[in-house]
Design a protein around this ligand. Structure first.
Ligand SMILES: C[S@@+](CC[C@H](N)C(=O)[O-])C[C@H]1O[C@@H](n2cnc3c(N)ncnc32)[C@H](O)[C@@H]1O
Length: 288
């Protein structure tokens, strides 16, 4: 039986030397802050949805439901920008129930635009009918073993950890829909966002539902131009980011990363070994 993520995170925290070196008062506050992030969140809304027991989070907004969420957060923010194209290349990160990609594909096909979609998820949920016109297309994708290739649409599915994908200057659009950044950080790190940045064409658009400050900082470091889409069903807006035509790739030189002394008490040898290991990991991952 897989341990819940909450238990794994809290275990990792209390065994970390930096945590042990905090004042007891701060240890206590941090423990409570993290426990609170992972608390169970089941409230059963009225909309078709799925709940991840591992992440303690719903796939789609319980307040506005999957259809309105897909249009407001993912489809409308990009549709206007695509209307003059004949073909659109889409990367669908955290494809889940294929709602965002299914609805975007459905809308593009109505406009006589051919979507070429690469959907990526490490877990494939069962088909869920969301009672919408795009259901036929989503169902056909499930029934055809997650593959459609005809003159109107090309859609494939990679059932892998999204951190493994490597494309360069290929996509016009990225739909980024992981679970929330503090619960699912593997999909929101600077390093993963850099993989996505590289996979977008210049002028390509990344869109998501979050306005998380750490994610915003990473997008800025990578050289995205960010704008905010007004809120719908949530208090905070969501972000849309465009790969500008003056790219400033972050990992041009792996030696440009900071040396870190997290506790301000580390030994010289630990600081320098930690630095060089991170430099060499970057060299391996990005092929410098
Ligand atoms: C909020 S749900 C996505 C909902 C989906 N976009 C839809 O339209 O139904 C988040 C998804 O991210 C996936 N996920 C989380 N971490 C991942 C990773 N490292 N690689 C690939 N998929 C991941 C989960 O399996 C889950 O399906």
């Amino acid at each position: 039986m897989v341990k819940p993520l909450k238990e794994k995170v809290l275990n990792t925290l209390v065994n970390d030397d930096s945590y042990k070196s905090l004042f007891l008062k701060h240890q206590d506050i941090l423990f409570k802050e993290l426990s609170n992030i992972y608390k169970e969140n089941k409230i059963y809304g009225d909309f078709p949805n799925l709940y991840s027991e591992y992440y303690n989070e719903y796939y789609h907004s319980v307040s506005i439901g999957p259809i309105e969420e897909a249009y407001n957060k993912f489809v409308n923010p990009v549709l206007e920008l695509l209307k003059k194209k004949s073909d659109v290349y889409i990367l669908d990160i955290g494809s889940g129930m294929f709602v965002n990609s299914g609805i975007l594909a459905y809308e593009l096909m109505k406009m006589d635009i051919k979507p070429h979609i690469v959907s990526v998820d490490k877990y494939t949920p069962p088909f869920v009918n969301i009672n919408y016109e795009a259901d036929n297309l989503r169902k056909a994708f499930y029934d055809n073993n997650f593959y459609i290739d005809n003159k109107h649409i090309h859609w494939i599915y990679l059932n892998i950890d999204a951190r493994k994908i490597r494309y360069v200057n290929y996509f016009d659009i990225i739909l980024h829909d992981g679970f929330s950044p503090y619960k699912n950080p593997s999909l929101w790190s600077l390093d993963f966002l850099n993989i996505l940045f590289r996979s977008l064409k210049t002028g390509g658009v990344w869109v998501s539902y979050t306005a998380n400050k750490s994610v915003e900082a990473s997008l800025k470091i990578l050289g995205f131009d960010i704008d905010f889409i007004p809120s719908c069903g949530r208090k905070t807006p969501s972000m849309r980011a465009i790969k500008s035509n003056i790219p400033k790739p972050f990992f041009k030189n792996p030696y440009t990363i900071p040396m870190r002394d997290k506790t301000l008490r580390s030994l010289e040898e630990h600081i320098i070994v930690d630095y060089f290991l991170r430099v060499y990991i970057l060299r391996e991952v990005y092929g410098f």
